[in-house]
Design a protein around this ligand. Sequence first.
Ligand code: 5GP
Ligand code: MN
Length: 343
Amino acid sequence: MGVMTKERQEELFSQIAGVIEQSQSIAICAHTAPDGDAIGSALALQQLIEVRWPRKQVVALLADEDEVPRIYRFLPGAGRMVHACEFGATADLFICVDISGGARLNQAQGIWSAARRRVVIDHHPFAEINADLWLVRPSAAATGVIICEFAQHLGVGLTPDMARCLYCAIATDTGRFQYQNADSEAFNIAALLVEAGASPSELALNVYQNYSLSYLHLEAAVMGRITTFEGGRIAYSYSTTADLERTGASLDECDGLVDVVRSVAGSELILFLKEVPGGCIRGNLRSKADHDVCAIARELGGGGHKAAAGFTVKGDLDEVLSLALPKLRLLLRGAGPEGEAGR
Ligand code: 5GP
Ligand code: MN
Protein backbone atom coordinates (compact mmCIF):
# COMPACT_ATOMS: atom_id res chain seq x y z
CA MET A 1 0.00 0.00 0.00
CA GLY A 2 1.41 3.41 -0.97
CA VAL A 3 1.74 6.28 1.46
CA MET A 4 -1.39 8.38 1.61
CA THR A 5 -0.45 11.96 0.76
CA LYS A 6 -2.50 14.94 1.94
CA GLU A 7 -3.45 15.54 -1.72
CA ARG A 8 -4.74 11.99 -2.11
CA GLN A 9 -6.63 12.29 1.16
CA GLU A 10 -8.27 15.53 -0.07
CA GLU A 11 -9.26 13.80 -3.31
CA LEU A 12 -10.82 10.93 -1.37
CA PHE A 13 -12.63 13.38 0.94
CA SER A 14 -14.19 15.02 -2.17
CA GLN A 15 -15.27 11.65 -3.47
CA ILE A 16 -16.72 10.65 -0.09
CA ALA A 17 -18.60 13.96 0.09
CA GLY A 18 -19.96 13.23 -3.39
CA VAL A 19 -21.22 9.82 -2.32
CA ILE A 20 -22.84 11.32 0.80
CA GLU A 21 -24.61 13.91 -1.44
CA GLN A 22 -26.09 11.08 -3.47
CA SER A 23 -27.33 9.09 -0.47
CA GLN A 24 -30.37 9.66 1.69
CA SER A 25 -30.01 7.02 4.40
CA ILE A 26 -26.55 6.63 5.85
CA ALA A 27 -25.34 4.05 8.37
CA ILE A 28 -22.05 4.45 10.21
CA CYS A 29 -20.45 1.65 12.18
CA ALA A 30 -17.19 0.92 13.96
CA HIS A 31 -15.71 -2.34 15.15
CA THR A 32 -16.98 -4.99 17.54
CA ALA A 33 -16.11 -4.38 21.22
CA PRO A 34 -15.73 -0.68 20.40
CA ASP A 35 -13.03 1.48 21.98
CA GLY A 36 -12.88 5.27 22.35
CA ASP A 37 -11.71 5.85 18.77
CA ALA A 38 -14.46 3.62 17.37
CA ILE A 39 -17.31 5.26 19.31
CA GLY A 40 -15.88 8.80 19.17
CA SER A 41 -15.20 8.69 15.42
CA ALA A 42 -18.58 7.15 14.57
CA LEU A 43 -20.50 9.73 16.63
CA ALA A 44 -18.48 12.68 15.36
CA LEU A 45 -18.93 11.60 11.74
CA GLN A 46 -22.67 11.24 12.31
CA GLN A 47 -22.84 14.76 13.75
CA LEU A 48 -20.66 16.16 10.98
CA ILE A 49 -22.94 14.77 8.28
CA GLU A 50 -26.01 16.01 10.14
CA VAL A 51 -24.59 19.53 10.34
CA ARG A 52 -23.42 19.65 6.72
CA TRP A 53 -26.41 17.78 5.23
CA PRO A 54 -29.31 18.30 7.68
CA ARG A 55 -31.83 16.46 5.49
CA LYS A 56 -29.99 13.13 5.47
CA GLN A 57 -30.95 10.33 7.81
CA VAL A 58 -27.84 9.20 9.62
CA VAL A 59 -27.63 6.38 12.12
CA ALA A 60 -24.61 5.27 14.15
CA LEU A 61 -24.66 1.49 14.64
CA LEU A 62 -23.22 -0.77 17.30
CA ALA A 63 -21.77 -3.95 15.79
CA ASP A 64 -22.65 -6.05 18.88
CA GLU A 65 -25.70 -6.55 21.06
CA ASP A 66 -23.95 -4.92 24.03
CA GLU A 67 -24.62 -1.39 25.21
CA VAL A 68 -22.07 1.38 24.65
CA PRO A 69 -19.26 0.71 27.17
CA ARG A 70 -20.06 2.58 30.39
CA ILE A 71 -17.04 4.89 30.21
CA TYR A 72 -18.06 6.22 26.77
CA ARG A 73 -21.73 6.85 27.56
CA PHE A 74 -20.98 10.49 28.39
CA LEU A 75 -20.26 11.17 24.73
CA PRO A 76 -22.95 13.22 23.00
CA GLY A 77 -25.02 10.92 20.80
CA ALA A 78 -24.01 7.69 22.57
CA GLY A 79 -27.60 7.27 23.79
CA ARG A 80 -29.03 7.19 20.27
CA MET A 81 -26.72 4.56 18.82
CA VAL A 82 -28.68 1.65 17.33
CA HIS A 83 -27.82 -2.04 17.61
CA ALA A 84 -27.10 -3.47 14.16
CA CYS A 85 -29.39 -6.42 14.92
CA GLU A 86 -32.30 -3.98 15.37
CA PHE A 87 -31.63 -1.98 12.21
CA GLY A 88 -34.24 -3.32 9.82
CA ALA A 89 -33.48 -1.11 6.81
CA THR A 90 -31.16 -1.04 3.80
CA ALA A 91 -28.78 1.91 3.82
CA ASP A 92 -27.99 3.92 0.69
CA LEU A 93 -24.54 4.37 2.13
CA PHE A 94 -22.59 2.53 4.81
CA ILE A 95 -19.43 4.13 6.18
CA CYS A 96 -17.32 2.04 8.51
CA VAL A 97 -14.73 3.75 10.67
CA ASP A 98 -11.70 2.34 12.54
CA ILE A 99 -12.70 -1.10 11.31
CA SER A 100 -9.44 -2.95 10.60
CA GLY A 101 -11.17 -6.00 9.04
CA GLY A 102 -14.59 -6.92 7.62
CA ALA A 103 -15.26 -9.62 10.22
CA ARG A 104 -15.06 -6.95 12.91
CA LEU A 105 -18.39 -5.55 11.69
CA ASN A 106 -19.88 -8.55 13.51
CA GLN A 107 -23.70 -8.22 13.37
CA ALA A 108 -23.50 -5.30 10.94
CA GLN A 109 -21.96 -7.45 8.19
CA GLY A 110 -25.34 -8.09 6.54
CA ILE A 111 -26.18 -4.37 6.51
CA TRP A 112 -22.74 -3.69 5.00
CA SER A 113 -23.27 -6.25 2.22
CA ALA A 114 -26.75 -4.95 1.44
CA ALA A 115 -25.83 -1.24 1.40
CA ARG A 116 -25.89 0.44 -2.01
CA ARG A 117 -22.54 2.12 -1.47
CA ARG A 118 -19.71 1.32 0.92
CA VAL A 119 -16.97 3.55 2.28
CA VAL A 120 -14.08 2.77 4.68
CA ILE A 121 -12.36 5.46 6.77
CA ASP A 122 -9.57 3.94 8.86
CA HIS A 123 -6.01 4.15 10.15
CA HIS A 124 -5.22 0.42 10.41
CA PRO A 125 -2.39 -0.66 8.09
CA PHE A 126 -4.24 -3.79 6.97
CA ALA A 127 -7.83 -2.67 6.67
CA GLU A 128 -9.02 -5.88 5.04
CA ILE A 129 -12.42 -5.03 3.67
CA ASN A 130 -13.64 -4.25 0.17
CA ALA A 131 -15.42 -0.98 -0.44
CA ASP A 132 -16.33 1.48 -3.18
CA LEU A 133 -14.16 4.11 -1.53
CA TRP A 134 -11.35 3.30 0.80
CA LEU A 135 -9.59 6.04 2.77
CA VAL A 136 -6.99 4.36 4.96
CA ARG A 137 -4.15 6.43 6.39
CA PRO A 138 -2.03 4.43 8.89
CA SER A 139 0.05 7.51 9.76
CA ALA A 140 -3.01 9.01 11.50
CA ALA A 141 -2.79 8.45 15.26
CA ALA A 142 -6.52 7.72 15.40
CA THR A 143 -9.43 7.52 12.99
CA GLY A 144 -10.65 10.62 14.84
CA VAL A 145 -7.77 12.59 13.30
CA ILE A 146 -9.06 11.75 9.82
CA ILE A 147 -12.66 12.63 10.74
CA CYS A 148 -11.45 15.99 12.05
CA GLU A 149 -9.63 16.61 8.76
CA PHE A 150 -12.80 15.65 6.87
CA ALA A 151 -14.65 18.40 8.78
CA GLN A 152 -11.90 20.84 7.79
CA HIS A 153 -12.14 19.67 4.17
CA LEU A 154 -15.90 20.31 4.21
CA GLY A 155 -15.40 23.72 5.82
CA VAL A 156 -17.68 22.72 8.69
CA GLY A 157 -16.81 24.33 12.03
CA LEU A 158 -16.42 21.78 14.81
CA THR A 159 -19.33 21.89 17.25
CA PRO A 160 -18.50 21.33 20.93
CA ASP A 161 -20.18 17.91 20.69
CA MET A 162 -18.06 16.84 17.72
CA ALA A 163 -14.96 18.13 19.47
CA ARG A 164 -15.72 16.10 22.61
CA CYS A 165 -16.18 12.91 20.57
CA LEU A 166 -13.03 13.46 18.52
CA TYR A 167 -10.95 14.35 21.54
CA CYS A 168 -12.04 11.05 23.10
CA ALA A 169 -11.00 9.23 19.91
CA ILE A 170 -7.51 10.73 19.86
CA ALA A 171 -6.80 10.77 23.60
CA THR A 172 -7.73 7.10 24.04
CA ASP A 173 -6.03 5.75 20.89
CA THR A 174 -2.77 7.46 21.84
CA GLY A 175 -3.04 6.13 25.43
CA ARG A 176 -3.44 9.70 26.75
CA PHE A 177 -0.81 10.95 24.30
CA GLN A 178 1.77 8.46 25.57
CA TYR A 179 2.12 5.83 22.82
CA GLN A 180 4.38 5.87 19.76
CA ASN A 181 1.54 7.26 17.61
CA ALA A 182 1.26 10.48 19.69
CA ASP A 183 2.78 12.71 17.00
CA SER A 184 2.64 16.45 16.43
CA GLU A 185 -0.42 16.05 14.21
CA ALA A 186 -2.29 14.42 17.11
CA PHE A 187 -1.29 17.26 19.44
CA ASN A 188 -2.17 19.96 16.90
CA ILE A 189 -5.60 18.47 16.32
CA ALA A 190 -6.12 17.98 20.06
CA ALA A 191 -5.43 21.71 20.53
CA LEU A 192 -8.03 22.56 17.87
CA LEU A 193 -10.52 20.26 19.58
CA VAL A 194 -9.99 21.83 23.00
CA GLU A 195 -10.45 25.24 21.39
CA ALA A 196 -13.73 23.97 19.89
CA GLY A 197 -15.06 22.79 23.25
CA ALA A 198 -13.46 19.45 24.11
CA SER A 199 -12.49 19.07 27.74
CA PRO A 200 -9.45 16.94 28.67
CA SER A 201 -10.63 16.80 32.27
CA GLU A 202 -14.08 15.57 31.22
CA LEU A 203 -12.43 12.79 29.23
CA ALA A 204 -10.11 11.89 32.10
CA LEU A 205 -12.94 11.88 34.65
CA ASN A 206 -15.09 9.60 32.53
CA VAL A 207 -12.48 7.24 31.12
CA TYR A 208 -9.49 7.16 33.45
CA GLN A 209 -10.86 8.10 36.87
CA ASN A 210 -14.08 6.21 36.71
CA TYR A 211 -13.27 2.58 37.54
CA SER A 212 -15.73 0.41 39.42
CA LEU A 213 -14.42 -1.16 42.59
CA SER A 214 -15.03 -4.54 40.94
CA TYR A 215 -12.70 -3.59 38.13
CA LEU A 216 -10.00 -2.44 40.53
CA HIS A 217 -10.19 -5.75 42.37
CA LEU A 218 -9.80 -7.52 39.02
CA GLU A 219 -6.87 -5.27 38.20
CA ALA A 220 -5.23 -6.24 41.48
CA ALA A 221 -5.55 -9.92 40.55
CA VAL A 222 -4.12 -9.29 37.09
CA MET A 223 -1.23 -7.29 38.57
CA GLY A 224 -0.51 -10.07 41.02
CA ARG A 225 -0.07 -12.50 38.13
CA ILE A 226 2.27 -10.50 35.95
CA THR A 227 5.04 -12.78 34.77
CA THR A 228 8.07 -11.84 32.73
CA PHE A 229 10.15 -13.85 30.29
CA GLU A 230 13.37 -13.26 28.39
CA GLY A 231 15.04 -11.33 31.17
CA GLY A 232 12.01 -9.11 31.71
CA ARG A 233 11.61 -8.07 28.09
CA ILE A 234 8.29 -9.92 27.64
CA ALA A 235 5.56 -9.26 30.20
CA TYR A 236 2.38 -11.29 30.43
CA SER A 237 -0.78 -11.59 32.52
CA TYR A 238 -4.34 -12.85 32.16
CA SER A 239 -7.88 -12.79 33.51
CA THR A 240 -10.34 -15.68 33.78
CA THR A 241 -14.12 -15.99 33.71
CA ALA A 242 -13.89 -16.95 37.39
CA ASP A 243 -12.14 -13.60 38.07
CA LEU A 244 -15.05 -11.74 36.52
CA GLU A 245 -17.56 -13.74 38.55
CA ARG A 246 -15.64 -13.26 41.78
CA THR A 247 -15.03 -9.52 41.39
CA GLY A 248 -18.23 -8.63 39.55
CA ALA A 249 -16.28 -6.80 36.81
CA SER A 250 -17.63 -6.90 33.27
CA LEU A 251 -15.82 -7.94 30.10
CA ASP A 252 -15.83 -4.47 28.55
CA GLU A 253 -14.01 -3.12 31.59
CA CYS A 254 -11.01 -5.33 30.81
CA ASP A 255 -9.80 -3.22 27.89
CA GLY A 256 -7.32 -1.27 30.00
CA LEU A 257 -5.70 -4.29 31.62
CA VAL A 258 -3.02 -4.61 28.98
CA ASP A 259 -1.83 -1.15 30.07
CA VAL A 260 -1.29 -2.44 33.58
CA VAL A 261 1.00 -5.12 32.16
CA ARG A 262 2.89 -2.70 29.93
CA SER A 263 3.80 -0.54 32.90
CA VAL A 264 6.45 -3.08 34.00
CA ALA A 265 9.92 -1.54 33.76
CA GLY A 266 12.05 -3.06 31.01
CA SER A 267 9.17 -4.82 29.27
CA GLU A 268 9.17 -4.42 25.48
CA LEU A 269 6.58 -6.92 24.32
CA ILE A 270 3.36 -7.24 26.29
CA LEU A 271 0.70 -9.94 26.14
CA PHE A 272 -2.59 -9.91 28.01
CA LEU A 273 -5.01 -12.82 27.66
CA LYS A 274 -8.58 -13.08 28.87
CA GLU A 275 -11.14 -15.82 28.77
CA VAL A 276 -14.19 -14.74 26.79
CA PRO A 277 -17.48 -16.56 26.15
CA GLY A 278 -17.57 -19.36 23.57
CA GLY A 279 -14.43 -21.17 24.70
CA CYS A 280 -12.26 -18.42 23.27
CA ILE A 281 -9.33 -16.36 24.44
CA ARG A 282 -9.00 -12.72 23.53
CA GLY A 283 -5.43 -11.45 23.33
CA ASN A 284 -4.03 -7.94 23.44
CA LEU A 285 -0.48 -7.39 22.23
CA ARG A 286 1.62 -4.27 22.71
CA SER A 287 5.12 -3.27 21.69
CA LYS A 288 7.03 -0.53 23.47
CA ALA A 289 10.04 -0.62 21.14
CA ASP A 290 10.09 -1.12 17.38
CA HIS A 291 8.81 -4.69 17.17
CA ASP A 292 5.77 -5.37 15.00
CA VAL A 293 3.18 -7.21 17.11
CA CYS A 294 0.57 -6.86 14.38
CA ALA A 295 2.39 -9.63 12.49
CA ILE A 296 1.79 -12.01 15.42
CA ALA A 297 -1.83 -10.94 15.79
CA ARG A 298 -2.37 -11.61 12.09
CA GLU A 299 -0.86 -15.08 12.39
CA LEU A 300 -3.46 -15.72 15.08
CA GLY A 301 -6.33 -14.45 12.93
CA GLY A 302 -6.44 -10.92 14.34
CA GLY A 303 -4.83 -7.64 13.37
CA GLY A 304 -4.20 -4.06 14.41
CA HIS A 305 -1.22 -1.75 14.37
CA LYS A 306 2.52 -2.35 14.66
CA ALA A 307 2.56 -1.35 18.34
CA ALA A 308 -0.96 -2.40 19.37
CA ALA A 309 -2.81 -5.40 18.05
CA GLY A 310 -5.37 -7.99 19.12
CA PHE A 311 -6.73 -11.43 18.29
CA THR A 312 -9.36 -13.94 19.40
CA VAL A 313 -8.71 -17.69 19.21
CA LYS A 314 -10.40 -20.88 20.38
CA GLY A 315 -8.67 -22.62 23.26
CA ASP A 316 -7.76 -22.24 26.90
CA LEU A 317 -5.26 -19.90 28.53
CA ASP A 318 -2.42 -22.45 28.63
CA GLU A 319 -2.86 -23.40 24.98
CA VAL A 320 -2.92 -19.82 23.80
CA LEU A 321 0.06 -18.85 25.92
CA SER A 322 2.09 -21.72 24.47
CA LEU A 323 1.01 -20.60 21.01
CA ALA A 324 1.83 -16.91 21.47
CA LEU A 325 4.91 -16.98 23.69
CA PRO A 326 7.27 -18.64 21.16
CA LYS A 327 6.16 -16.08 18.58
CA LEU A 328 6.99 -13.26 20.96
CA ARG A 329 10.40 -14.81 21.73
CA LEU A 330 11.15 -15.08 18.03
CA LEU A 331 10.12 -11.51 17.42
CA LEU A 332 12.36 -10.30 20.23
CA ARG A 333 15.37 -12.33 19.12
CA GLY A 334 14.94 -11.46 15.48
CA ALA A 335 15.13 -7.75 16.18
CA GLY A 336 18.53 -6.14 16.58
CA PRO A 337 21.51 -7.04 18.73
CA GLU A 338 20.84 -8.30 22.24
CA GLY A 339 20.49 -5.50 24.76
CA GLU A 340 20.10 -2.76 22.20
CA ALA A 341 16.35 -2.50 22.70
CA GLY A 342 16.61 -2.61 26.49
CA ARG A 343 16.55 1.15 26.86
P1 5GP B 1 -6.98 -4.07 21.41
O1 5GP B 1 -5.85 -4.97 21.80
O2 5GP B 1 -6.99 -2.81 22.20
O3 5GP B 1 -8.29 -4.76 21.35
O4 5GP B 1 -6.67 -3.64 19.91
C1 5GP B 1 -5.48 -3.04 19.49
C2 5GP B 1 -5.59 -2.66 18.02
O5 5GP B 1 -5.72 -3.85 17.24
C3 5GP B 1 -6.82 -1.83 17.70
O6 5GP B 1 -6.48 -0.92 16.69
C4 5GP B 1 -7.82 -2.84 17.20
O7 5GP B 1 -8.71 -2.26 16.31
C5 5GP B 1 -6.94 -3.88 16.53
N1 5GP B 1 -7.50 -5.22 16.69
C6 5GP B 1 -7.77 -5.81 17.86
N2 5GP B 1 -8.27 -7.04 17.69
C7 5GP B 1 -8.33 -7.26 16.37
C8 5GP B 1 -8.80 -8.35 15.58
O8 5GP B 1 -9.25 -9.39 16.06
N3 5GP B 1 -8.72 -8.18 14.22
C9 5GP B 1 -8.22 -7.06 13.66
N4 5GP B 1 -8.17 -6.99 12.31
N5 5GP B 1 -7.79 -6.00 14.37
C10 5GP B 1 -7.84 -6.09 15.72
MN1 MN C 1 -8.31 3.47 16.18
